[in-house]
Design a protein around this ligand. Structure first.
Ligand SMILES: Cc1cc2nc3c(=O)[nH]c(=O)nc-3n(C[C@H](O)[C@H](O)[C@H](O)COP(=O)(O)OP(=O)(O)OC[C@H]3O[C@@H](n4cnc5c(N)ncnc54)[C@H](O)[C@@H]3O)c2cc1C
Length: 437
C-alpha cells in the first residue's frame, strides 16, 4: 500500500514537474535577441511550451540595456550581408511594432559628417552602400550650409542625412517583447544562470526521453527541454561551449564609454551626429546621441573591458581578463591595431581627449558643457576569430553533435537591437527547419 502510494506520488510529482519544468523549446538569454526570438517562435508555433532562462534578476541588463538607443537605417553594412538586410528590414519592423504598441520613440534623424578629404572619399563609398542597401529617405548634403540647415552647430564638408534614423529605449522594447511572449503562454525564468547542459537519452522514465536536454542552473535548478536556442550575448561563446559548440568565434568584451552633456546644454544638438567610420574597425566612432529622456550622450569609445560585464575599470575578473589576453586572436588583433588601441585608452582616461573628437563636428562644445559627474557605459560582445579578425556579421550556428537540437546565436553585434525583429524571424525559421517543428 505504502509502496503503491509512493509510486503514485512519484508519478504525480513527475507529471507536475513536467508541466512546470519541461519545455519544448528553451531560450537562453533574456536580451533583445532572446526575447524577440521567443516571441516570434510563440507566434509561429503557439502550441509549443517555451521558456526564457535569464541569469540576471531582470531582463535586458547587459547590451540591450546599455546601448546608444539608436534605430539604425542600415547605411554602413556591406551590401548583401545579413547585417545590411536585417537592419533595413528590422528598422521597418521596429517602427511598425512601436506604433502598434504605442511605445515612445523619436524619428530625429542622423547626420554622418565628413570633415576632411579622406573622410569625404570614405563618405562617398558609404553613400553608394546606403543606396545599394535601399535605406529609406537618405540624402547627400554637399555643402557646409546644407549641414548647418539641419544642425546649426555642426560643421563639415559633406554629409549623409538619414531622416529615418530614430531613437528609442531598447530596454523598454525588450520588456514589451517578453510581455508578448508571456501573454502567449511562455514562461520567463529570471535569476537562472545556465551552467550545464547534458543530453540524457538514457533517462529512467521513458517519457522523459521526450525532453532529452537537461539544463542545470548555477543554483542547482533543473529544467528539461526538447530543443534549445541560445542568445547569450557577452557569454555566447561560453554557452555554446557547454554543448560542445565550436571554440570560435570567441567573445572579447569591449567597453564603450559615454560622456553626458549638462542638462542646460541639451539643446546644443537635436539629431544624431556621427563621424565617417574607419572601415578597419567595426565600431561607428564617437557620436552625439540624443536620448529619450532629453539628455545627450557623447560616445562610445572602445576599450578592452577587464571582465565580460565590466562597466568600469574597477570591474575586473582576473580569469576573464586572462582569457581575453591569452586568446591568440586577441593578441593578433592587439598587435595589428596597437596604436589605435592606445589612443582609445588615452581618450577613455581623458575627457579632454574625447572632447577633441567631438569638436571636429561641433566646434562650440567645451569641457564646461559636459557633466563630468555622469559617466555611462555599455560592453560590446565583440566576436573574434582565431586569426584576430573581427567577425562583422551576425552568426547563427546549429550544433551537429547535439543532433540538431541546439541553435546558437553566436554573434549579434550592433545593430542587433534595431534588427531584433528581423533576426527573430531568421532564427525562428532556422529553428523550425533544424528541429523539425
Ligand atoms: C555600447 C553599445 C552601443 C550599441 N548601440 C546600439 C544602437 O544604438 N542600436 C542598435 O541597434 N544596437 C546597438 N548596440 C547593439 C545591441 O545593443 C546588441 O546587438 C543587442 O543588445 C544584443 O542583444 P543580445 O540579446 O544578443 O545580447 P544581451 O542584451 O547582452 O543579452 C544576452 C543575455 O543573456 C544572458 N545570459 C548570458 N549568459 C547566460 C547564462 N549562462 N544563462 C542565462 N542567461 C545568460 C545575459 O544576462 C543577457 O541578459 C549597441 C551595443 C553596445 C554595447
Amino acid at each position: 500500500m505504502g509502496r503503491r502510494f509512493g509510486l503514485r506520488l512519484a508519478s504525480s510529482l513527475a507529471a507536475a514537474a513536467r508541466t512546470t519544468d519541461h519545455f519544448d523549446v528553451v531560450i537562453v538569454g533574456g536580451g533583445i535577441v532572446g526575447t524577440a526570438t521567443a516571441r516570434q517562435l510563440s507566434i509561429n508555433k503557439p502550441q509549443l511550451k517555451m521558456a526564457i532562462l535569464e541569469k540576471e534578476a531582470a531582463l535586458g541588463q547587459h547590451q540591450t540595456g546599455h546601448n546608444s538607443g539608436v534605430i539604425h537605417a542600415g547605411i554602413y553594412y556591406k551590401p548583401g550581408s545579413l547585417k545590411a538586410r536585417l537592419c533595413v528590414e528590422g528598422s521597418a519592423l521596429a517602427y511598425e511594432y512601436l506604433d502598434a504598441k504605442a511605445l515612445p520613440y523619436k524619428r530625429c534623424g542622423k547626420l554622418i559628417v565628413a570633415t576632411d578629404a579622406t573622410e569625404v572619399a570614405r563618405l562617398d563609398e558609404l553613400w553608394k552602400r546606403a543606396l545599394q542597401n535601399r535605406c529609406p529617405g537618405v540624402q547627400l548634403l554637399e555643402s557646409a550650409e546644407a549641414i548647418a540647415a539641419i544642425e546649426p552647430n555642426c560643421v563639415g564638408l559633406k554629409a549623409i542625412w538619414s531622416p529615418n534614423t530614430g531613437i528609442v529605449d531598447w530596454g523598454r522594447v525588450n520588456q514589451s517583447y517578453a510581455e508578448d511572449f508571456a501573454r502567449g503562454g511562455g514562461q520567463v525564468l529570471t535569476s537562472f544562470e545556465v551552467a550545464k547542459f547534458a543530453t540524457s537519452l538514457e533517462t529512467l522514465e521513458k517519457q522523459q526521453n521526450d525532453y532529452p536536454i537537461v539544463i542545470t542552473g548555477a543554483d542547482g535548478r533543473v529544467v528539461r527541454a526538447k530543443y534549445v536556442i541560445t542568445a547569450a550575448g557577452l557569454h555566447s561563446d561560453k554557452v555554446a561551449k557547454l554543448t560542445n559548440g565550436k571554440k570560435v568565434p570567441k567573445i572579447v568584451p569591449f567597453r564603450g564609454e559615454y560622456l553626458v552633456l549638462k542638462a542646460a546644454k541639451s539643446d546644443m544638438v537635436k539629431t544624431n551626429i556621427y563621424p565617417v567610420p574607419d572601415p578597419r574597425f567595426p565600431f561607428l566612432g564617437v557620436h552625439f546621441t540624443p536620448r529619450m529622456d532629453g539628455s545627450i550622450w557623447l560616445g562610445p569609445n572602445a576599450v578592452l573591458a577587464f571582465k565580460r560585464e565590466g562597466y568600469t575599470y574597477w570591474d575586473l575578473s582576473p580569469s576573464e581578463l586572462f582569457e581575453s589576453l591569452f586568446f591568440s586572436g586577441f593578441r593578433k588583433l592587439a598587435f595589428k591595431y596597437f596604436s589605435a588601441g592606445v589612443d582609445e585608452f588615452r581618450r577613455s582616461l581623458s575627457a579632454g581627449a574625447q572632447l577633441k573628437q567631438l569638436q571636429r563636428f561641433v566646434p562650440s562644445i567645451t569641457l564646461d558643457d559636459i557633466d563630468l559627474t555622469k559617466r555611462v557605459a555599455g560592453v560590446r560582445a565583440q566576436a573574434l576569430d582565431a586569426e584576430g579578425n573581427l567577425v562583422d556579421d551576425f552568426v547563427f550556428e546549429t550544433n551537429e553533435e547535439a543532433v540538431k537540437r541546439v541553435l546558437h546565436v553566436r554573434n549579434a553585434p550592433s545593430p542587433g537591437a534595431t534588427s531584433s525583429l528581423a533576426i527573430a524571424k531568421v532564427v525562428a525559421e532556422k529553428a523550425q527547419t533544424a528541429f523539425g517543428l
